[in-house]
Design a protein around this ligand. Structure first.
Ligand SMILES: Nc1ncnc2c1ncn2[C@@H]1O[C@H](COP(=O)(O)OP(=O)(O)OP(=O)(O)O)[C@@H](O)[C@H]1O
Ligand SMILES: Nc1ncnc2c1ncn2[C@@H]1O[C@H](COP(=O)(O)OP(=O)(O)OP(=O)(O)O)[C@@H](O)[C@H]1O
Ligand SMILES: [Mg+2]
Ligand SMILES: [Mg+2]
Lengths: 258, 258
């Protein structure tokens, strides 16, 4: 059985896609087989892992929508060894509207992943969520065993945490008893600024949840890697950012064995 | 008649709220009366302009929802002279769901702004949109005369522009004939990196739309200002960021007279 991890935060631009791609890179480098699922109509994960959107005929939109295409039928290999992608396209935005009136609408992704041997083929399934708390993110959280919450070391990002944690608690109570918060991942950290240090301190003082030891610092390399369609572990394997995601992967693996 | 400007981009974290608040600051400093409308359930604009969310009893959610409260009834003064706020609360997320089945659902904000003398009381109405292309953003675009699109000088942000421009063109054709793109605003620019310079170049080469001369550089001061509830023009009036938003305000005023 694969471990399913959602990467979620309704605050925009906090590094959800960057975390999904580079955690996948570090896990794959360590020998794990990873399926990266793109639940965001922006399809940044799909593009960031080197898939040409123009070549994607069927995507998550067809799996979740009325066509009920089986998940294995849409999965494509990425250019990075041991990483496959369940791609998104823009059409996914209208699928979310279709889901509103569907029966069992929160379980559609969970059921699709339980289908056709997906779990046997992978060690980890990572789900990249869009910047909302709508049905696409809820499907990601219902399908997951654990959730990683990237939190920018900025004021608005910290303010938004309470709302997200409430939604996660509601999902655990009503839809997915196993869902646990694996941890909060500090992102866009710039140790030279007092703001980042204060926000990191505040994040750690919240106390309710584990804060990963791995801290993702601001670095242009994480902005460059998506142009190559490769995770940081292949684009800049000896960089600090690559080391950070290897550290995160190690923490995630250890948490899974707990 | 007030000039209504939406600040929109479905890509998360590109500086929509930062642009709305600080453009409001620069316009108000120049003597204009500004109403800042928060259409994002995250309520970052409301908080960033110094309104205490705990004290907000009625918000945009009540104006757009079934209660049909009049817009003037929810507007509150901000601590900054000549800036008022139409606040959001988390409830706004469920209002978006209610709107799905409402008649004329795309025009609700436009009609609410046409109500009760709002236009006479202000020179500018700025609308901060959430990071989606759902009904809340569509309402913002239908209510607006012009739209400012903040675009991070990063790869994913540029990729997402085509989808946004298509939606804007559809809205102009079907719902709001006057809507025009005032310009693309480069944000999070760090001139020391090749990436930012390349992305800025690419943005300018797209050619379809005006790119503002004002370029918002990465600066910790724009991350600090929200903690004070004041725009950058009061928090750090002599900073480069304040000068940038004054320049943007000047360009916006000139475009309005064109
Ligand atoms: N630590 C970092 N340093 C520098 N740039 C980064 C870092 N992390 C992410 N980026 C870049 O910042 C942008 C925002 O990150 P990303 O797209 O991963 O956030 P997101 O939370 O997935 O956004 P959205 O809410 O739109 O889905 C991207 O262009 C990415 O390449
Ligand atoms: N030029 C800048 N330099 C440094 N920090 C910035 C800059 N612009 C914005 N920020 C900070 O970066 C974060 C993201 O900006 P902001 O919240 O305005 O983006 P947004 O597009 O409104 O996000 P969302 O998609 O969640 O609505 C905020 O914490 C803000 O304070
Ligand atoms: Mg993303
Ligand atoms: Mg915002």
């Amino acid at each position: 059985m694969a471990t399913v991890i959602a990467i979620a935060n309704q605050k925009g631009g906090v590094g959800k896609t960057t975390t999904a791609i580079n955690l996948a890179g570090a896990l794959a480098e360590g020998g794990s087989r990873v399926l990266a699922v793109d639940m965001d109509p922006q399809a940044n994960l799909t593009v960031g892992l080197g898939i040409n959107l123009g070549h994607v005929e069927r995507s998550i939109a067809q799996v979740l929508g009325e066509d009920h295409v089986a998940m294995p039928a849409i999965v494509v290999a990425s250019p990075t060894e041991r990483i496959d992608v369940a791609p998104a396209t823009l059409e996914l935005a209208s699928t979310e509207v279709e889901l509103f009136s569907a029966i069992g609408r929160e379980f559609v992704l969970r059921e699709a992943l339980a289908d056709g041997g997906i779990h046997e083929g992978y060690d980890y399934i990572l789900i990249d969520c869009p910047p909302t708390l709508g049905l696409l993110t809820i499907n990601g959280l219902v399908a997951a065993d654990g959730v990683i919450i990237p939190v920018q070391t900025q004021y608005y990002a910290l303010k938004g945490l309470t709302a997200l944690v409430k939604v996660i608690n509601t999902i655990r109570a009503k839809l997915n008893r196993d869902l646990r918060v694996l941890g909060l991942l500090p992102t866009f950290y710039d140790g030279r600024t007092v703001l980042a240090r204060e926000m990191l301190e505040e994040l750690r003082e919240l106390g309710d949840h584990h804060v990963f030891n791995a801290i993702v610092r601001t670095t242009v390399k994480l902005g460059e890697a998506p142009l190559t369609g490769r995770p940081i572990t292949s684009y800049a394997g000896s960089s600090e950012a690559a080391r950070t995601f290897r550290e995160l992967a190690k923490e995630v693996v250890e948490l899974g064995q707990a």
